[in-house]
Write a protein that binds this ligand. Structure first.
Ligand SMILES: [Fe+2]
Length: 246
């Protein structure tokens, strides 16, 4: 008799949540101004789920991207006010603010020079690179941000598959903080991104973690990330800075 004692895949039970992180500082929950929530009702669905997972404060970061999402302080503030009214109507009490996810395009440097950045906390600026190639001028621009008193945070470094660990280490050493999407740890963006996320964590290069929440599929992945072993490394005994934004 052949015994086929196949090990049953048991889904790890979630015994903790994002309560110790408290602040989610990268999401697209403002309604109707980028590729995230399109209506206040959609925003509310995402926010309720984030609260269920332990998030106490949300700093929404709509895209500012000249080719696709021409947001500015005015459009972002308007969307924030619409969302706040909806939250009030639904009797949901959560601390919510807005900043932006600045795309490193040809207008980014001009925005820096013209003081048009949407900052969070103590002058932090969240920005992202193209997923295709590294901007050749990224070092001088990061240095300019710092010389003007801004504190740059690179959004989801694990997702730029053209970058090497050495390049990340250098950029971090030059004073750029890194924000990891916890959903990367589930393999949501593929194996390569997951592997880089783990390497960045192992090399103590992560400063902030967040959801990068756009839609309900991200809710599921944000919850599933709590089942990974790497999230435990981040949530217990890792010097995350999210709470500095409370
Ligand atoms: Fe984002």
């Amino acid at each position: 008799m052949f015994g086929f004692f196949k090990k049953k895949a048991v889904k790890k039970t979630i015994t903790f949540n994002y309560e110790s992180v408290a602040v989610d500082m990268h999401s697209h929950v403002l309604p109707g101004i980028d590729d995230g929530a399109q209506t206040p009702a959609e925003s509310i669905v995402l926010i309720r789920k984030m609260m269920e997972l332990g998030i106490k404060k949300i700093i929404a970061t709509p895209h500012i991207m000249i080719d696709f999402y021409r947001n500015d302080r005015e459009s972002i503030t308007n969307a924030l006010n619409i969302l706040k009214a909806e939250l009030k109507k639904e009797n949901i009490v959560i601390d919510i603010e807005a900043a932006a996810e600045h795309y490193f395009d040809e207008t980014f440097e001009a925005r820096i020079n013209n003081h048009q950045l949407m900052t969070m906390g103590d002058n932090y600026v969240l920005f992202e690179f193209s997923f295709i190639s590294l901007p050749p001028n990224y070092i001088p621009v990061v240095e300019k941000l710092k010389s003007l008193g801004y504190r740059p945070i690179l959004a989801h470094p694990e997702r730029y598959t053209y970058m090497t660990l050495e390049q990340y280490k250098n950029l971090h050493d030059w004073g750029c903080d890194f924000q990891l999407n916890t959903i990367s740890l589930t393999g949501y963006y593929g194996k390569e991104v997951k592997a880089m996320a783990e390497q960045l964590i192992d090399n103590q290069l992560i400063d902030f973690i967040s959801s990068d929440m756009h839609h309900p599929r991200h809710v599921a992945a944000f919850r599933d990330a709590l089942r990974t072993t790497y999230i435990e490394k981040l949530l217990f005994d890792y010097p995350l800075k999210n709470k500095m934004l409370l």
